[in-house]
Design a protein around this ligand. Structure first.
Ligand SMILES: Nc1ncnc2c1ncn2[C@@H]1O[C@H](COP(=O)(O)OP(=O)(O)OP(=O)(O)O)[C@@H](O)[C@H]1O
Length: 258
């Protein structure tokens, strides 16, 4: 379980996160939504340990993240950042196998290769193993990056592991967005805790167990999509008029032109 306790963070004099407090249980998929500049990526970086909070702490399975060694952490926590800066001419398979590095260094076992190919298949990228990563389209690259993040956790999810995703759907078309989210949800179903920053409210509504709505660095609504996704909450989060529709299973939001 991921526990975020009372986090506050400022860039200089600019407070960006204010007493952020929530949990992601084992097997739960929590989506963080909010307007541009609300503090989502900063929250992501603080949870990943890339920025140090002025207040609060982050616990995984009851232990502060700082209490794990880097190699321990690499085996139980995997993060997909917003922007990849990977520019080597590596094959797609070698790129995904980087997710296994903490386990066997540069020598991939048969099991590692099986897990990497499985992860590629889960995101619809089977058959691309021998292609050069940097020569893929933006959406293909993003799916390969997601496969690397999944591969780092293992063949499937397990309790005590954490998958962190910052805009995993950037550059993905609607079909591949759904496929990617289904692959992520399978890890949650197998007891990994998943925290994903999403911009697509309807994708979050369909795939996430819970949604955290962030505004000006504060979580003002947290819970199941059907409770959190109200017209008032979305207006408050995004400052935009919207209409909510339901199909008996999920809620969907349409944002209206001003
Ligand atoms: N390195 C930085 N130094 C100073 N201010 C920053 C820095 N990074 C982000 N900020 C500011 O912190 C606030 C939150 O930024 P953050 O990137 O966390 O927002 P976000 O919710 O992820 O936005 P987006 O949806 O546009 O990606 C913004 O006002 C931003 O300008």
């Amino acid at each position: 379980m991921l526990k975020v306790e009372n986090l506050s963070f400022s860039y200089g004099e600019n407070p960006v996160l204010k007493n952020v407090d929530f949990c992601v249980e084992d097997g739960e998929f929590v989506a963080v939504l909010g307007a541009n500049g609300a503090g989502k990526s900063t929250l992501f970086k603080v949870i990943c340990g890339l920025e140090k909070p002025q207040k609060g702490r982050v616990l995984l399975s009851g232990k502060p993240l700082g209490g794990y060694s880097p190699s321990e952490l690499a085996k139980i926590r995997s993060a997909l950042m917003q922007d990849s800066e990977f520019n080597f001419e590596s094959s797609v398979l070698d790129f995904v196998l980087l997710g296994r590095y903490a386990r066997g260094g540069f020598f991939a076992s048969k099991e590692d290769i099986f897990i990497a190919k499985n992860a590629l298949s889960a995101v619809g990228m089977s058959g691309f193993e021998g292609r050069v990563f940097t020569r893929l389209s933006g959406g293909e690259r993003r799916r390969v990056e997601l496969a690397r993040a999944l591969c780092q956790i293992g063949a499937c999810g397990r309790a005590g592991t954490l998958l962190m995703l910052d805009e995993p759907n950037s550059n993905l078309d609607p079909k591949n967005s759904n496929l990617a989210m289904s692959a992520v949800k399978k890890f949650a179903d197998a007891k990994t805790s998943v925290l994903a920053i999403l911009h697509d409210v309807n994708l979050a509504s369909q795939h996430a167990d819970k949604i955290a709505l962030l505004r000006d660095g504060e979580i003002f609504a947290f819970g199941e999509p059907k409770c959190v996704l109200t017209s008032e909450n979305l207006k408050f989060a995004y400052g935009a008029e919207n209409k909510i529709f339901e199909d008996g299973k999920n809620k969907y939001a349409v944002f209206l032109k001003e």
